[in-house]
Design a protein around this ligand. Structure first.
Ligand SMILES: C[S@@+](CC[C@H](N)C(=O)[O-])C[C@H]1O[C@@H](n2cnc3c(N)ncnc32)[C@H](O)[C@@H]1O
Length: 263
């Protein structure tokens, strides 16, 4: 058997099915819009993502799964047209509010899902998908992103496939399977004839800056799904014993994948 025989898109879908990840709805993301918007402005993640982008010759940017405009707004001052696409209306509203606060008149939003018809989504010089590629059909999503970019594509996808340190899952009494990580994407791109650059962004997990126990429990439940009374009690007992570093758990690792379009 050679690598050509492997359908990485199919493997990704099979892996995602095993992960049995509770699919986040647009309205679930709506509830996080305000919190993410407040954080996006001062995030090391944003700084490190933007530092790896090359905007040479670029006037327009499409940010898919843009959230509150985390990446798009960070570079909007250097572009003529910026378009944020997301299926959460609250995220798009947060992006527009932030664009207005910064005095940007060239920021547009598009209420759309990865899975919708994209025939009217404009082609832009740069296409971005930051922390927003955990979709059912990743091969289709990568093809869409590639089609909509004139010059370059930048995306991040999890490394390892856990959003919460397994030690914390253990404390709760759960064992959550991994989600398909970035290595599928690299192989699918290779099959598309694209040879991407690969880098990694490593940051504190989002549990690290939980304000208090309630905030901590809410963040764990966002990633693991609703906790039962018993699970909450287990987590609480562990939380009281744990050091701040143990509470934060392993850092979050993102693969930063980028490629240039042929001239
Ligand atoms: C983790 S947030 C990332 C937001 C932003 N790109 C960032 O890096 O801060 C994921 C975003 O993807 C959006 N999203 C998730 N699934 C989507 C889908 N199927 N179609 C469009 N947007 C989606 C969510 O609404 C959310 O805004």
């Amino acid at each position: 058997m050679t690598i050509e025989a492997i359908d990485f898109g199919r493997l990704y879908r099979d892996h995602l099915a095993i992960a049995a990840r509770t699919r986040k709805t647009a309205s679930a993301w709506d509830t996080r819009a305000a919190g993410m918007a407040a954080k996006a402005l001062r995030s090391h993640y944003t700084r490190d993502f933007v530092a790896r982008m090359d905007l040479t010759g670029a006037e327009s940017l499409l940010d898919v799964g843009c959230g509150p405009g985390t990446i798009a707004l960070a570079v909007a001052g250097r572009l003529k047209r910026v378009l944020g696409l997301d299926y959460s209306q609250a995220m798009l509203d947060a992006m527009q509010a932030q664009a207005a606060a910064q005095g940007f008149g060239h920021v547009e939003t598009l209420h759309r899902a990865w899975e919708d018809d994209w025939s009217d989504v404009p082609r832009c010089d740069i296409a971005v998908a930051s922390r927003a590629t955990l979709v059912d059909d990743i091969a289709a999503a990568l093809a869409q992103l590639n089609t909509k970019a004139r010059l370059r594509v930048y995306l991040t996808h999890p490394v390892g496939g856990h959003f919460i340190d397994p030690a914390i899952q253990y404390a709760v009494g759960r064992s959550v399977p991994t989600v398909p990580d970035y290595i599928y994407l690299v192989n699918i791109l290779h099959r598309m004839g694209i040879h991407p650059r690969l880098d990694y962004l490593v940051h504190e997990s989002r549990l690290a800056d939980a304000q208090d126990w309630n905030d901590y429990a809410r963040r764990v439940a966002w990633s693991l799904g609703e906790l039962s009374g018993d699970e909450t009690a287990r987590l609480r007992a562990w939380y009281e014993r744990a050091t701040p570093a143990q509470r934060a758990g392993e850092p979050m690792r993102w693969a930063f994948i980028s490629w240039e379009k042929p001239c």
